[in-house]
Every structure is written in C-alpha cells, then in structure tokens.
Design a protein around this ligand. Structure first.
Ligand code: FCB
Length: 414
C-alpha cells in the first residue's frame, strides 16, 4: 500500500477488537490458573476485565469500534456436568452485553478459547468423547439464556492451535508431547461438537443467527525451496494444522453446519533444516532481519498471504468470512502501523475480488496474558500498566490509527 493511498471498505463492515477470558478477565478457575508463563507471569489477575469491562467498553466506544469478539468462560458458568448455569456469572456477561448494546457495539461470542472447566480436564478434556454432550448441554443452556442478545457465535477458537500446543508441542496444558492420536481425537470431538451446537444455536437462538469456528491459518514454507526435508516438514505442518482441521470442521456435509468462516491470520513460518525461523521459537529478530525476514515478536509477516487464503477459502467453501483475529506484537508502533496497512490492503484486494468478508477484529483490545509467553508480547491497541494496582489503560499510537479506520471505514496510509 502506497503512502497517501486510501482504501474504502463496504458499508456496514464490522471493525472490532478481540480478547479471550483467560487472557484478560482474571479471577478464573481453569487449567491456566496454576500455569506459570516463560516470563514468570500468570493469568490470575490479567487485565481484571472481569471487574473493569464497563470501562473497557467505553474504550471500545472511544476507538469507534462497532464490534467486539470476546469469550464466555465455561468454567465460570457450570460447576459440574449438566448443572444449571451460575446465575451471578451469567448476569455479569448479560451486563457486558448490555454495555455493548448501549454503545452500538455488535458482540461476537466465542464459546471455547483454549480453556475448560477443571471437571472437564479431570476426565481428559477433549480427548474424551463424553466432553461432547457436556459441551452441548452447556451451549444449549447458554443459547437459551442469551436468546435475542447474541447473533454472532464463534464456537471454537483455533482448534488447531489448541490441539497442537496441548498434545504435540506441549506448550499448553495438559503439556502432552507428540501424541498425534490425541491431537486427532481432540479435533474430531470438537468438530462433532461444533456441528451439534451450531444446529442448536441456529434453531433456538432467536432471529438470524450466524455460527462458525475461528481457524488459524499459518502458511508453512521451506526457506530454501530445494531442500526436500524442509519441504516435507512444511507440507506435514500444512497437512496436519490446515488441511486436516479444515476438513474435520467443514468437509463434506459438515459445511452446512456453519454460516461463516472465522479466519485468524498472522503470517507464515519458514523452515530451515527443520527449524522454524520465527521469533516465537527463539530466533532473534536481528538475525531474521539480516536475512530479509520481516517479523513481529512472534512470526514472519506475510500480508499477501491474507488475500491468498481468503480467495482459497472463498473458492472452496463459498461462505462469508470474518477476520476474527489479526494483529502484531512489537514495541515499534510504526512497524505495527505499516503491518496493519499491508494486511488491510491485502484484505481490501480480496474484497475487491468478490470475496465476501464482513468484518475485521483486531487482536487485541489491550496488552494481555499471551499464554506461554505471559505479558512479554504486546498485542494491544491499549497498553495496561501491570505494575500499577489499578491496571490503568492508555491508548497506544496504533490505537489512534485503528480508531481512524473504524470511524471512517477507510484505511488511509499517512
Ligand atoms: C491466537 C490466539 C489468541 C492470541 C493470539 C496472539 O492464536 O487465538 O488468543 O494468543 O494468537
């Protein structure tokens, strides 16, 4: 995207921000409560969104965002299988929805974002098929309780990342490594649960209901294209995390269960002698820069990939798409701004090419608990002073920039 260029987005486009319960709420009892991240941090207080959500909704309104993607935490609502929902916790989420409505901010609710109630974990989590009916019961009750209040539902956030980190790489609870059978079982059970709860929400949700998963899409490539082992590595990752997972959720007749596809897009991973060349795997940003890689503090940026994956998903599934997450972590706000411009230009190109994209949710509203990395990765539009008891939020330059986009429905590169 050239400086001075302006791109208009379709009328009614959703410009939102995104968070997840474990990463922002605090005071949570799930498998992450006792987890200590690489930087020594934990999620026990996080951003205290649990108490400060009215203030955070005000921030969203100040940004001019017209949508918010957030999770409802299962462990807060059900203390045992098939138990009635906890009325106090439910009331808090209903109040959050009311605060959003008062500011004309459309909610997108995520039902599962890398966490479960401890009683689910105790019986083996999603490796156990008994989790499916328990989840279906939970969603049936939640859907009924929120009837008419939520029209956009995201069932599972990045099942690929969840199953990979928990059962192949071991970075997330339950920290299993190389259990491919469990990985596949988790995906299979989640996909079956997705189909069931999608039907329930659509039939009983009240009004026009949209339901979909959020699929993380990472491109996997060989750094040196002629090295067959890196090509094989890249293909194995693509097959396992992209193809197998998409087929499980959207293949064959299962496609009919979804009314949209949520796409979480950050970039790509290139391999060199089996090594992923990304900061998140410990490579230094400096070393990567030297060989011409453009990265944030996590992965290689690959803005042109966004248009590619959008047109692929469009051709294959013919469903509307929301960008349910995109963002960057860096202390360099200028870099983040140009990265956002490049990615939005790529998105704009896909829309111009007739891909039906309905909205974009920036990850994240504020700096938060970034799973195994703790508080070291700064994805926020707002910064949070974690040293201060009161956890004050303040706008970062990128927040200001994103606000212009939300308010004008255009991206103008300065
Ligand atoms: C995604 C996750 C989200 C956050 C971002 C940076 O994979 O869904 O919770 O960690 O990455």
């Amino acid at each position: 995207m050239n400086p001075g260029e302006t791109l208009d987005f379709p009328p009614g486009f959703l410009w939102g921000t995104a968070t997840s319960p474990t990463q922002v709420e605090g005071h949570i009892e799930n498998e992450w409560t006792q987890f200590t991240a690489l930087d020594g941090g934990n999620c026990r207080r996080a951003c205290d969104h649990y108490h400060r959500y009215p203030e955070d909704v005000d921030w969203m309104a100040r940004l001019g965002a017209n949508a918010y993607r957030f999770g409802i935490e299962w462990s807060r609502l059900q203390s045992a299988p098939f138990a009635p929902l906890n009325p106090n916790e439910l009331a808090r989420y209903v109040h959050l929805l009311e605060c959003l409505q008062a500011k004309s901010i459309t909610p997108m609710v995520v039902l599962h974002h890398f966490s479960n109630p401890q009683w689910i974990n105790a019986w083996g989590g999603w490796t156990n098929p008994a989790t499916i009916p328990a989840f279906v019961d939970y969603v049936r009750q939640l859907g009924a309780a929120l009837k008419g209040k939520v029209h956009l539902w995201n069932t599972f956030n990045e099942p690929d990342t969840y199953a990979c980190m928990g059962y192949l790489l071991g970075g997330f609870p339950p920290h299993n490594k190389w259990r491919l059978g469990k990985f596949r079982r988790v995906i299979d059970h989640m996909a079956r649960a997705h189909v069931k709860v999608s039907r329930i929400l659509q039939q009983e949700g009240g009004g026009k209901i949209q339901v979909g998963i959020a699929k993380n899409w990472t491109f996997f490539h060989a750094y040196k294209k002629w090295l067959p082992w890196d090509q094989a590595m890249a293909y194995a990752c693509h097959y396992t995390f992209n193809k197998f997972v998409l087929d499980a959720f959207l293949g064959g007749g299962r496609r009919r269960a979804s009314t949209f596809i949520g796409l979480n897009y950050y970039g790509r991973v290139r391999f060199h002698h089996f090594r992923p060349m990304i900061p998140a795997s410990g490579m230094s940003l400096k070393a990567l820069e030297k060989i011409g890689f453009v990265c944030d503090d996590m992965v290689e940026r690959y803005p042109e990939g966004l248009a590619k994956i959008l047109s692929y998903l469009n051709r294959k599934f013919r469903l509307p798409i929301y960008i349910t997450e995109h963002g960057s972590a860096s202390s360099d706000e200028k870099f983040r701004e140009s990265d956002l411009c490049e990615n939005l230009a790529s998105l704009h190109g896909a829309i111009a090419g007739a891909v039906d994209v309905r909205g974009f949710f920036y990850w994240s509203l504020m700096d938060n608990f970034e799973w195994q990395f703790g508080y070291a990765k700064k994805f926020g539009l707002l910064t949070v002073d974690f040293e201060d008891e009161k956890l004050p939020r303040s706008l970062k330059p990128l927040g200001d920039f994103y606000s212009q986009i939300c308010r004008t429905n255009t991206v103008a590169r300065p």
